[in-house]
Structure formats: structure tokens, C-alpha cells
Design a protein around this ligand. Structure first.
Ligand code: GLA
Length: 401
């Protein structure tokens, strides 16, 4: 993949690239929709992601070519033309980044030529947009010696999603991709941005992703609606209790405050959030203690809550969870924003082959096609690649951008 990206750069721009970067996808073990409600999350980076080969230009032009959207050719814009432009397609993430940097007084005068390629499964819900943003923010940071740290890179990337693209997401995806560490998850408190690395001892257990193959864009999904609903809940609660975020309340507080909320749907969202935040804390302890059986049970509970209370699952995701449990998973849940994407399954290493066989059989019986199953490793966050990481898988052709 490294060589492939380098070669593609040469073919596209007829010169050698200066630098090569990698930015991974992410999986959240648990912490569904807590990150824009002041709650905790427990994500990690995976060995699938986006590669970026780049060389600096001496004018103010940005030229970008994506392996997966070859039909768009080279997309170009100037650093003084940073307003959102539909025709710019995925490159709006890049112009948006320069826009946010400009607002923060980071002056960039020279552009670059960039080729991106990767192996993040399309529709996998593995945060390809955050991977792209953090990739480019790392590149711009390095090329211009801005000295931004991982937290600043995450905040700037999030601002692009929120203010420029129009998705009111939380900080989780950008944060883990900018700060992830091999063999560790991050326990992140979204209200303070305090974080802790939690070792993932994955010799005896494996994280297995199953792709629902349902592509959904967060902007078009009900994600922003959920965000709005939680703002409404918070406004009601604030009339009765001194809190800054919904997740400042504990599961026990639910009984006391739910009566103030009239709408049944909003009650359900509220209940999910206080319990999910609590589950993240329990999951952190379970993972720290290598209690994978306990962790698995928390995953399944989190899925049930996402399905029944927060209502961000889908029929296919729900079936994938049932099939995975029948096939021998210790726990199974949807990941990411929901309405599509992948499920995360926790499987004993000694039972992995059996799990894959069982799951495949059940899946074929139900859907009459082969499932997309990937056993993922817990990897570092975005970085410059100075040598070929053995963890990076071979190229597949279904990468989103
Ligand atoms: C998307 C968002 C995240 C988070 C998850 C749901 O991935 O980008 O900020 O809210 O959904 O947990």
C-alpha cells in the first residue's frame, strides 16, 4: 500500500513525493453518542486507514487526487479560495481545514500536491472523514512547522466537521485518530478532554468487525437530529439541576428527573446517555482487568440501548449482532454514528476460526452473500510513515474517498 501510494503519486504528478503519511480508522468499544453530551468514550485506532503521499508546492495551489474517486481527477483550489464548494467533493474537507487554520491565524502560503489511497471499507462506519481530516492536518502541521499537538489537531479537525461540513459530531473520532497508541484504547472524558491510555491485551481475544455494507453519510442521517434532541433535553434539565452536560447526571438520577421531560423519545435518549456513560466507566475497568467476558456483556447492553433507547441502529445491524452472538461472540454492538456501518464483536482467539465459520454460514443463509469480516489490530494514531508498518494490510478497492 505504501508503494502503491508512492507509485500513484509519481504517475499523477510526474515527480517523487516528499513524505508519506498514514491515518487510521477508528472503532469505539463503547460510548455511543456520549461525546457530544459531556460523557466518556473508549475508542482505539485500527490497522485500516488512509495513506497520503505529498510534496510541497511553491505557489498557493492545492492539488489532490484520490485513488477511490479517480473519476474526479485532480481537484485543485487556491489557498485564497476556501469557501465550501459542492464541486470540490471530498476535497472540501481539505479546504475546510485550511479555512479553520486561517481563522486560528495559522498562515499557510505554499500549497501541496497530494495523493490519497487507502483500505478503509466503504460504508464501514470507521470514520473515514476524521481520518482524512487528521491526515491532512498532520501534513500541514509538519510542512509549516506549526507545532500543533494531537489535541489541537483533533479540535481543529472537529471544527471543520461542525462548522464547515455541517455535521454536529463530537470529538471522539478526531481525538483517537490524532492521539491513538498501539495496543491501547483511550478513555476520553469529552467534557474535559482528560484522557488515559488503557492497555488492550489482545493475545487471547480479538476485535472482529462485520461490515453491514450500508453506506450512510452522517449529515444526511438522523445524527444532527439526535444532537438537537439532546440539546432540548439539556435545556429542560438545566431548569431543575445545575449541570453543564447530560452525562453529568448518574443512572440513579434518571428516576428523579425524567418526569420533567414530556416527550417519550427524549426520555429514552436521556436514559441511554446516563447509562451509557456509566457503561464506559465499567468497560474501562473491565478492559484494564482483562475481563473480556464482562466487557463483552457491556458491549451487548450498549447495543440494546443504542437500538431501543437512542434509536440509532438499523435492522441489518441488529441482525448482525444476533448472528454474531449465535456464532459465539462474547459481545456485539454497532459502532460509530449508527444507521449503518459496522458491528464490533469480541471473540476468544482460540474460537476465532469457529466464529468466522459459524457467522459466515448464518450470514449466507440469511443474506445469500458473503459477509465482510475483518479482524482488526489496535494501532497508533496518524503519523508520518518512514518505513512500512507490518500492521498495515494490503490494499482493497472499496475505500471511501
Ligand atoms: C460519530 C461521531 C462521533 C460520535 C459517534 C457516536 O462517529 O463522529 O463524534 O458521536 O458518531 O458515538
Amino acid at each position: 500500500m505504501k508503494n502503491f501510494t508512492n507509485e500513484l503519486f509519481k504517475q499523477t504528478f510526474h515527480k517523487e513525493r516528499d513524505k508519506l503519511y498514514f491515518s487510521p480508522g477508528r472503532v469505539n468499544i463503547i460510548g455511543g453518542h456520549t461525546d457530544y453530551n459531556g460523557g466518556a468514550v473508549l475508542p482505539f485506532c485500527i490497522d485500516f486507514g488512509i495513506y497520503g503521499a505529498v510534496s510541497k508546492r511553491t505557489d498557493n495551489q492545492i492539488h489532490v487526487f484520490s485513488d477511490n474517486i479517480r473519476r474526479k481527477g485532480i481537484i485543485s483550489f487556491a489557498l485564497d479560495q476556501l469557501e465550501y464548494d459542492e464541486n470540490r467533493n471530498y476535497a472540501n474537507y481539505i479546504s475546510g481545514l485550511f479555512h479553520e487554520l486561517h481563522i486560528r491565524k495559522y498562515v499557510v502560503s505554499d500549497g501541496f500536491d497530494l495523493v490519497i489511497a487507502g483500505n478503509l471499507p466503504r460504508g464501514g462506519g470507521l470514520s473515514s472523514s476524521a481520518a482524512l481530516l487528521v491526515l491532512v492536518c498532520n501534513i500541514v502541521n509538519d510542512l509549516n512547522n506549526f507545532g500543533l499537538d494531537g489535541v489541537q489537531i483533533a479540535l481543529i479537525s472537529k471544527a471543520v466537521e461542525n462548522l464547515y461540513i455541517g455535521v454536529n459530531c463530537g470529538i471522539m473520532d478526531q481525538f483517537i485518530i490524532a492521539n491513538g497508541k498501539k495496543d491501547h484504547a483511550i478513555y476520553l472524558e469529552s467534557n474535559t478532554l482528560n484522557y488515559e491510555f488503557i492497555p488492550c491485551n489482545m493475545e487471547d481475544y480479538k476485535f472482529v468487525l462485520v461490515n453491514s455494507n450500508i453506506t450512510r453519510r452522517l449529515k444526511k442521517s438522523k445524527y444532527n437530529l439526535r444532537q438537537k434532541e439532546t440539546q432540548d433535553i439539556l435545556a429542560i434539565l438545566k431548569q431543575h439541576v445545575d449541570i453543564e452536560y447530560i452525562c453529568d447526571l448518574l443512572p440513579n438520577d434518571y428516576e428523579q428527573y425524567e418526569a420533567y421531560i414530556e416527550e417519550e423519545d427524549l426520555k429514552k435518549r436521556f436514559k441511554h446517555l446516563v447509562n451509557e456513560h456509566d457503561r464506559v466507566k465499567q468497560a474501562k475497568i473491565a478492559l484494564s482487568n482483562n475481563d473480556f467476558v464482562g466487557l463483552g456483556m457491556l458491549l451487548t447492553k450498549a447495543h440494546e440501548s443504542a437500538r431501543d433507547l437512542y434509536e440509532v441502529s438499523s435492522l441489518v445491524l441488529d441482525r448482525l449482532v444476533v448472528l454474531a452472538m449465535d456464532a459465539g461472540s462474547l459481545g456485539s454492538k454497532m459502532i460509530g454514528g449508527g444507521f449503518g456501518g459496522s458491528t464490533l464483536n469480541l471473540v476468544e482467539t482460540s474460537k476465532l476460526d469457529g466464529f468466522i465459520d459459524n457467522f459466515t454460514e448464518l450470514y449466507i443463509r440469511e443474506y445469500n452473500s458473503q459477509p465482510i469480516i475483518n479482524v482488526v489490530k489496535v494501532t497508533d494514531g496518524a503519523c508520518e510513515l518512514k518505513w512500512l508498518s507490518k500492521q498495515i494490510k494490503n490494499r482493497s478497492n472499496n475505500f471511501l474517498f
